[in-house]
Design a protein around this ligand. Structure first.
Ligand code: ATP
Ligand code: SF4
Ligand code: MG
Length: 328
């Protein structure tokens, strides 16, 4: 199917002040391409600071890109405010890492969901609203719904709070969910339940999901496609099974080798691969991974690798995979 939402060369520079110096910028995201399709999950994986959340915020239009475009059903999304922007927000919903921070502590579950439904479906009668509201709670398996309507966020477990945040997003009838580390703040024992819920909703509602995570093992379990980012750039992408079991890019290999336990879901934050992530104010030239790469060659220091095919639908931005005599 055609992508619902796509990133086309998305780039984001955050200006920073340097006393007495010329203005500089954090090169947080550089020329990222990404396609989300209905009924499919794409995992966006990378260590802290690699630009994952910035990609999600650009896709959600929370701030403008420095360059590149966001495409909804193939059409560039350019309208930032007004009616068309609100329509966009309805179709593309964000779910954050910390459900406690994203739910206002003074509002009950009923209030939060009712407000989401009212904003997105203004014409509903009181009765219809109540039915929809209970339907949302059932959809995220909070049963019986009446039990949750008058609860405040602090009266719920972390997993229940995240389910409420998901229900609130569903109130908009979205086509796309951008889930930014939706389970990383939750107890390991309940992560699987929330991921299974997202997988179920994806099938039932034919959602396109971007699943952001540090945890490459969960990407294999939960996402059809895996995209690996390093220092603001996509370095590898392909079928999740393939990328996680037969990684091609030296960074992906290090990420997997340093994951706590590749078969245990949700081992927490993976320890960083050997060495430190680079400064994004003056990122390394050529391949941004070259200072840490055990296989770096001369050209890696000066020339930026494009994508080279590894297998069917699996590609890596690494000179090791350049065709013999290739020029790109
Ligand atoms: P984490 O796994 O820790 O959530 P991430 O992959 O989501 O990391 P981002 O939050 O996208 O990474 O950040 C990418 C880079 O951009 C980082 O160097 C970060 O410090 C920088 N950055 C993000 N937001 C801003 C901002 N609003 N202003 C300045 N720099 C920012
Ligand atoms: Fe390593 Fe070079 Fe490949 Fe970059 S392009 S990952 S430095 S071998
Ligand atoms: Mg983040």
């Amino acid at each position: 199917s055609d992508p619902v939402l796509a990133a086309d060369g998305l780039t984001k520079h955050f200006p920073v002040r340097h006393a007495g110096r010329r203005r500089k910028a954090v090169h947080a995201v550089d020329a990222v391409d990404l396609q989300l399709r209905r009924g499919r999950v794409v995992a966006l994986v990378g260590e802290s600071g690699s630009g994952k959340s910035t990609v999600a915020r650009l896709l959600a239009q929370l701030y403008p890109a420095t360059s590149g475009r966001v495409l909804l059903h193939g059409e560039p999304v350019a309208v930032k405010f007004g009616r068309r922007f609100r329509a966009y927000c309805r179709r593309v919903q964000l779910i954050f890492q910390d459900p406690f921070a994203s739910l206002n502590p003074v509002h009950t579950v009923g209030y939060v969901l009712r407000r989401s439904l009212r904003i997105h479906h203004p014409g509903l009668s009181g009765q219809e609203l109540h039915q929809r509201l209970c339907g949302l709670l059932e959809k995220v398996h909070l049963n019986p719904p009446e039990r949750f309507l008058d609860k405040f966020p602090h009266e719920l477990s972390g997993g229940q709070r995240q389910r409420i945040a998901i229900a609130r997003a569903l109130g908009a009838n979205p086509e796309v969910l951008l889930a930014d580390e939706p389970v990383s703040m939750l107890d390991v024992s309940i992560r699987l339940g929330v991921l299974n819920l997202l997988a179920e909703l994806k099938d039932d509602l034919d959602l396109a999901i971007l699943y952001i995570t540090h945890d490459i093992a969960s990407a294999r379990y939960f996402a059809e496609q895996t995209v690996v980012m390093y220092a603001g750039r996509v370095v590898e992408r392909g079928d999740s099974e393939d990328v996680t079991q037969r990684p091609a890019h030296p960074y992906t290999k290090l990420l997997i080798a340093s994951a706590p336990d590749p078969d245990a879901l949700g081992g927490g934050e993976a320890p960083p691969a050997r060495g430190e992530p680079p400064s994004l104010i003056s990122p390394p030239t050529g391949c941004r991974f070259h200072p840490r790469c055990p296989q770096a060659m001369d050209r890696c220091r000066t020339e930026t690798p494009g994508f080279f095919p590894v297998r069917d639908g699996h590609e890596a931005a690494c000179w090791l995979y350049a065709d013999e005599g290739g020029t790109s």
